[in-house]
Design a protein around this ligand. Structure first.
Ligand code: PEP
Ligand code: MG
Length: 896
């Protein structure tokens, strides 16, 4: 007989933390905590396999499930001394979802289940009537919403009326009689809307809730979250049924959430919030403003409300001990939920805590120093892509700023953008390439798409653990929460702060590190690569095999590349050097000249400028390898277009503008991306190759003189498809180099390699390698030519394909290992057949993408080259790829 249900409680459990796939994260950890002897309310977990069964069998359950749930309920009854549905001593339960991967706010929860018109009386006798009826109305509201689908606002409206009638602001001011009335109104509402009474039988309630949890696995927000986080739909969720403990049984009861370390900064301090006389959902929903857990945090925040440490010292001390124990047990920072019922502590959840990139670095480095984890584990624990958060600017402390509001520093980083009030508007403006800040009273899972589209999030309500705060931290977006002075008027599409009214589209800046909201744009600063960042990067560098270079064309790029730890330049695109305003006329003159002499004359003007560019670049790089690519852009980009531009060139060349226009027209192409560019252009105008080769080699000699470091430039030829092209190019380069050596009176050293960015080049790599010192995979063009679509046009078609579900990832961002990747593997292997030591690199955008870097490690490339800002991401991703390869035993380049 299959086992569908696992019980836990009273120091024992049938499950364990290793059974996460079967029990979900929450269920597995509840079992583990119970086995550790921690105070966990007894309960049971219905496995994820039941969820899978449920969807595979037309939303029905396995036959023996009912019996197993019955038995588990008996077990809980034995441990608690209460029976489900017993009018004198009723067992009440919570029903919660719990998938393998945590999906905060995505799934539904029902509390206080088992209450009905009878059992509520028992609760009133055991505790007090006010508490009993408050619990009952919470149950009807939650169950009505989650299971029966009654809109949340319908209940809120009734509550609002009752509050107003009695002239009270807080729910805690309502009496037992008030709640009794609310319960009656709630039940009437449900009956009116659903044309049947609110279910009174606890068994019916339970199966309704279980069905709702399984049903919510396929709701839109869960599906959207899974897509965003690559969680497969067939994992399913488990259902956790657990005896209720009450944080709302008066002033000696409380509920809270905590992190064993600060999730924003990583500091080693217990960190969290709680509410007295409240139930769990109250904290997360951000309805009341929570109090600090520790005295230290309370003092730091300048808060008057007592900390848990001061208010309930015994429960706090026990909680602190448990928190430390759980962190040591799991060897990671934990995110905890707890409830105190009349002074007695209960643990409701532990899981790995979400944290900012900054915190994740500090925690990993600290834990390695504490001996809790190894340095390698520290390297593996950081999400390389999330480092991006640290590599972006923060507000310049010197910059003038007009702070208009303050909230909680919920997720660090600064962002500037246009105000929008709805997730739809956020998505629409983002699509137009505009930066937006999403402003909401509080966010809910329905807002996810708007949060993804926004640069930052500002809410007027909610604490550090509100939905907005938790989700923003996970996404690495700046967030300021609970800025109470921000008043949103949805109907008018405005917000007001103090007396000032802000319309949609006006620009604000938020600082999620300080909680400040500022008018307009504020100057930002570049990040610094010190402290834990430098330490972890050092560890990463110690284990990685792939070299990391940067794509850099300007002195500024080159300096940034070095600061970020690049080991050379993998691609210097020389195009921009031709487009600068003082050069473009000479370039046009060269292209439009109708004789070799004419072209040479124009190129002679460009040579000294180009040489100077290279001298600077080589000097900054001080002997590190520099790959300079010969001119590549499509021809048409050089052509003069306006009458004014044609006029300028005509004067310099001393020719008739009409003639010039004709020649320019003749050079126009229908598809420039697949046209007269790269080596095709260079082979027709070999003078360009000669000029660039001379500039490179003379500059190398000059920079070597200046720095005392030898410079051996790597000259790279773009868009090679055939060996004959490379042979011809190389002949021109070698001939020029010989001439330069003669002129300088000294030997010149250089290598000549090629981009592999056309499928033909990859397929014929063996013979091409015979003529090349190195290959660099140009995966931008290789993706374009493999897919047969230009990158610019691809943007719209990929969007459509993604919506249609035909394609998951944008192949221009994450390497398509099954298409472009195959060509790369063939190219690498064929190339190495000709030259076993052939140097292999990659210089497309994929060089900064962790998944693509993993593939480069697998096929044994020597280095990847990416934008300077992504160099640290690439260093870490390369280290992780190397460690993963070692683990899987697949060390060394693939020969498949
Ligand atoms: C490439 O094609 O991948 C490449 C690096 O060249 P570019 O992006 O300049 O075409
Ligand atoms: Mg290219």
């Amino acid at each position: 007989m299959a086992k569908w249900v696992y019980t836990f409680g009273d120091g024992q459990a049938e499950g364990a933390s290793a059974m996460r796939d079967l029990l979900g994260g929450k269920g597995a950890n509840l079992a583990e905590m119970a086995s550790l002897g921690l105070p966990v309310p007894p309960g049971f977990t219905i496995t994820t396999e039941v969820c899978t069964y449920y969807y595979a069998h037309g939303r029905s359950y396995p036959e023996d499930l009912v019996a197993q749930v019955q038995a588990a309920l008996e077990h809980v009854a034995r441990l608690t001394g209460r029976r489900f549905g017993d009018p004198r001593n009723p067992l009440l339960v919570s029903v919660r979802s719990g998938a393998r991967a945590s999906m905060p706010g995505m799934m539904d929860t029902v509390l206080n289940l088992g209450l009905n018109d009878e059992t509520v009386n028992a609760l009133a006798k055991a505790a007090d009537p006010r508490f009993a009826y408050d619990s009952y109305r919470r149950f009807i509201q939650m169950y009505g919403n989650v299971v029966l689908g009654v809109d949340h606002h319908e209940f809120e409206a009734i509550l609002e009326i009752e509050r107003e009638k009695r002239g009270v602001g807080q729910d805690t001011d309502l009496t037992a009689e008030d709640w009794k009335l609310v319960v009656e109104r709630y039940k009437a509402l449900v009956e009116e809307l659903l044309e049947r009474p609110f279910p009174q039988d606890p068994e019916d309630q339970l199966w309704g809730a279980i069905g709702a949890v399984f049903g919510s696995w396929m709701n839109n927000r869960a599906i959207a979250y899974r897509q965003l986080h690559d969680i497969p739909a067939d994992w399913g969720t488990a259902v956790n049924v657990q005896a209720m403990v009450f944080g709302n049984m008066g002033e000696t009861s409380a509920t809270g959430v905590a992190f064993t370390r600060n999730p924003a900064t990583g500091a080693k301090e217990l960190y969290g919030e709680f509410l007295v006389n409240a139930q769990g959902e109250d904290v997360v929903a951000g309805i009341r403003t929570p109090q600090d857990l520790t005295e230290r945090a309370r003092i730091e925040a300048g808060s008057e409300a007592p900390s848990l440490e001061a208010a309930m010292p015994e429960a706090f001390a026990e909680f602190r001990t448990i928190a430390e124990r759980l962190e040591a047990h799991y060897r990671d920072m934990q995110d905890l939920e707890f409830t105190i019922e009349r002074g007695k502590l209960w643990m409701l959840q532990t899981r790995s805590g979400k944290r900012t990139a900054k915190a994740s670095l500090k925690i990993a480095v600290d834990m390695a120093a504490e001996g809790l984890i190894t340095e390698r584990e520290a390297v593996m624990r950081i999400d390389a892509a999330a480092l991006d958060q640290l590599l972006h600017p923060t507000l310049d402390p010197q910059a003038a700023r007009n702070v208009v509001a303050r909230g909680l520093p919920a997720s660090p980083g600064a962002a500037t953008g246009e105000i929008v009030f709805t997730p739809e508007e956020a998505a629409a403006r983002n699509k137009d390439g505009r930066a937006v800040i999403l402003v909401r009273a509080e966010t809910s899972p329905e807002d996810i798409h708007g949060m993804i589209a926004a640069r930052g999030i500002l809410t007027s309500r909610g604490g550090m653990t509100s939905h907005a705060a938790v989700v923003a931290r996970g996404m690495g977006k700046p967030c300021v929460s609970g800025a109470g002075s921000v008043k949103i008027d949805h109907r008018a599409g405005t917000m007001s702060i103090g007396g000032r009214v802000w319309r949609e589209g006006e620009v604000i800046t938020i600082d999620g590190g300080t909680g400040e909201v500022m008018e307009g744009r504020v100057a930002m600063l570049q990040p610094e690569m010190t402290g834990e960042f430098a330490t972890l990067m050092g560890w990463a560098d110690g284990v990685r095999r792939l070299g990391i270079r940067a794509n850099a064309d300007t002195p500024n790029d080159a300096r940034a590349a070095r600061e970020f730890g690049a080991e050379g330049i993998g691609l210097c695109r020389t195009e921009h050097m031709f487009f600068e305003s003082d050069r473009i006329i000479a370039v046009r003159e060269m292209i439009l000249a109708n004789s070799t002499e004419g072209r040479r004359a124009a190129l002679d003007k460009i040579l000294p400028m180009q040489r100077q560019d290279f001298v600077e670049l080589f000097t900054i790089m001080r002997g590190l390898p520099v790959t300079i690519r010969l001119l590549d852009p499509p021809l048409h980009e050089f052509l003069p277009k306006t009458d004014e531009e044609i006029g300028e060139v005509a004067i310099v060349m001393g020719v008739d503008p009409a003639l010039l226009r004709e020649r320019a027209m003749a050079l126009t192409e229908t598809n420039p991306m697949l046209g007269y560019r790269g080596c095709r252009l260079l082979l027709t105008f070999p003078e360009i190759t000669e000029m660039q080769t001379r500039a490179i080699l003379e500059a190398a000699a000059e920079a070597a003189r200046r720095t005392g470091e030898p410079v051996i430039p790597e000259i790279m030829v773009p868009l090679i498809g055939m060996r004959s092209e490379l042979d011809r190019m190389k002949a021109t380069i070698d001939k020029t180099a010989a001439a330069v050596a003669q002129d300088l009176g000294q030997a010149v050293e250089y290598t000549v390699g090629t981009m592999i960015e056309l499928p033909r080049a990859a397929l014929r790599a063996q013979e091409i390698a015979e003529a090349a010192d190195f290959f660099s995979f140009g995966t931008n063009d290789l993706t374009q030519t493999t897919y047969g679509i230009s990158r610019d046009d691809a943007a719209s078609f990929l969007g459509v394909y993604q919506e249609m579900g035909l394609i998951e990832k944008d192949p221009f961002i994450t390497l398509d290992t099954e298409g472009v990747g195959i060509l790369m593997r063939v190219g690498a292997n064929e190339g190495r057949k000709a030259k076993p030591d052939l140097k292999l690199g990659l210089c497309g955008e994929h060089g900064g993408d962790p998944a693509s870097i993993k593939f480069c490690e697998a096929i044994g490339l020597d280095y990847v080259s990416c934008s300077p800002y992504r160099v640290p991401i690439a260093r870490l991703a390369a280290a992780q790829a190397a460690l993963a390869m070692n683990e899987s035993g697949a060390a060394g380049p693939s020969t498949a």
